[in-house]
Every structure is written in C-alpha cells, then in structure tokens.
Design a protein around this ligand. Structure first.
Ligand code: SAM
Length: 236
C-alpha cells in the first residue's frame, strides 16, 4: 500500500477508475449482477440515501438552493437532489464515477423525470479542490478513505464550503466494528486495493464543532456488511 498521503489519494483515484468503478457502479445500480454481499451493501446504502432525502424533505426541501455533493459516486444522492430542484454541483475524484453519474442523470430525464431549472454538474475533482459556497454540502461514505489525521482537515474544508448545512456519513469506530474489521469480515470482495478507515463519532463531532457546526440530527444504518453513521450539522 502507498506510503505517502499523495500516493494514497492516487491509489483511491486509480481504484475508483478501474476495478473499484466496476464493483461500485454495480452495487449502486439496479441490475441483478450482484452477489449477496453486494446486494446487502446496495440495500444498506440505499437506506442512508433515503434518510438524507427524508431529512431534507422534512426540512422544507431544497428547491432553488445550492448543494455540493462531494465524492458523488454514481450520483445516488446528487441525482434525486437535482430532480427535487436543487442546483447541484457534484464531484468525485474518479472521472469514471462522475461520468457514470452524468449518464444516470441523463437516463433519468430521458425516462421522463422532470429536468430541474438548473441542471446538475458532475465533475472529476478531489474534494479538497472543490471551491465556492453552497447552502448545503453533502458527503456520503467518503470518509472511509481518510485516516483520522486527514479527516479533520477534510471536514474543515467541507464546512468552509457550507453556508448552512453539512450532511456527512462515515463508518463508525466502535469496539464491535473494529473487531470485525480486524478479522476481515468487513469490506469483503475480491479487491482490498484501498484501505478502509473507521472514525470515532466524538472525533468527527469535534472537527465539526471546530469548524463552527453543531450536530442536529443523527442516524445509523447497519446491515450485515454495510454500516454508516449519518450526521446533519448546521452552523452554530
Ligand atoms: N457518495 C457516493 C454515494 O454515497 O453514493 C459514493 C460513495 S463511494 C463508497 C466513495 C466515493 O468517494 C467514490 O466514488 C470515490 O471515488 C470517492 N472519493 C474517494 N476519495 C475522494 C476524494 N478525496 N475526493 C473526492 N472523491 C473521493
């Protein structure tokens, strides 16, 4: 595995442009070319997305507001947000993932979904390079690629982009999940090309607080192979 941060970022980028792209675009798709583990992860991840959409809908919706979705993957969250009328700027370190998100958006509109006034943008960009100000910033299941000492700066950067709200999810570091991870039951699949990092909720919350945000909502999704802690934070 890579020994420097730059190498590690490059390894994540390469993985999600090659075998990781093949694996994850299937997991985040609808076809039945998935095994049982991948199906379980697909279902768990779909629950996380539904929870975010549920929160946002309950808070009055995002029509007309700007959203940055950092590490957008194949657009599982960015596309429904755009179709709800948000002006979405979505980006991913992997050009393959961002390109797939663009295709899926176009397919949704071709299939009859009403196109929003401002079409979403999908760009290949690492999240540290995202600039601008957005009403809401979302970043789902990306922190797993960041060691704790890099997660603080990552959260600080995302917070600096968010005018009002930051929604972020991560694999929580609990004794139970730490043991599972050690014995290799988590993150199954043929490729172990990238490292996976768990994060203590207290550390994530401390980073959010240091960036001027307070956590107002929490959720947890856990299936057999997928687990994700979801936080919504607003400017304190
Ligand atoms: N957020 C999407 C979702 O929930 O559907 C995708 C989650 S997927 C597990 C992780 C994504 O993070 C991959 O698409 C990967 O390319 C992207 N990623 C990893 N490190 C990144 C970084 N430093 N900047 C931007 N994207 C990154």
């Amino acid at each position: 595995m890579a020994s420097t941060d730059g190498d590690e970022l490059e390894a994540v980028k390469t993985y999600f442009n090659t075998e990781g792209f093949n694996r994850w675009q299937k997991i985040y798709g609808e076809t039945d070319e998935v095994n049982k583990v991948q199906l379980d992860i697909r279902q768990g991840h779909a629950q996380t997305v539904e929870k975010v959409l549920g929160w946002l809908d309950a808070e009055g919706g995002l029509a007309g507001t700007s959203v940055a979705d950092a590490g957008c993957g194949t657009g599982s969250l960015a596309i429904p947000l755009a179709l709800r009328g948000a002006a979405v700027s979505a980006s991913d370190i992997s050009a393959a993932m961002a390109g797939e998100a663009q295709k899926r958006y176009e397919a949704a509109v071709a299939a009859g979904a009403a196109a929003p006034a401002t079409p979403p943008k999908f760009e290949a960009m690492d999240l540290e390079s995202v600039t601008g100000k957005y009403h809401t910033v979302t970043c789902l299941d990306v922190m797993i690629h960041y060691p704790q000492d890099k997660a603080d700066a990552m959260i600080g950067h995302l917070a600096s982009l968010a005018e009002q709200r930051l929604i972020i999810s991560f694999a929580p570091k609990t004794p139970y999940y730490s043991v599972l991870k050690r014995i290799g039951e988590l993150f199954p699949g043929p490729s172990k090309a990238t490292r996976a990092y768990l994060h203590a909720e207290a550390d994530v919350e401390a980073s959010l607080q240091a960036a001027g945000f307070k956590v107002v909502k929490r959720e947890m999704t856990a299936t057999k192979f997928y687990f994700s802690r979801l936080l919504e934070a607003v400017r304190a």
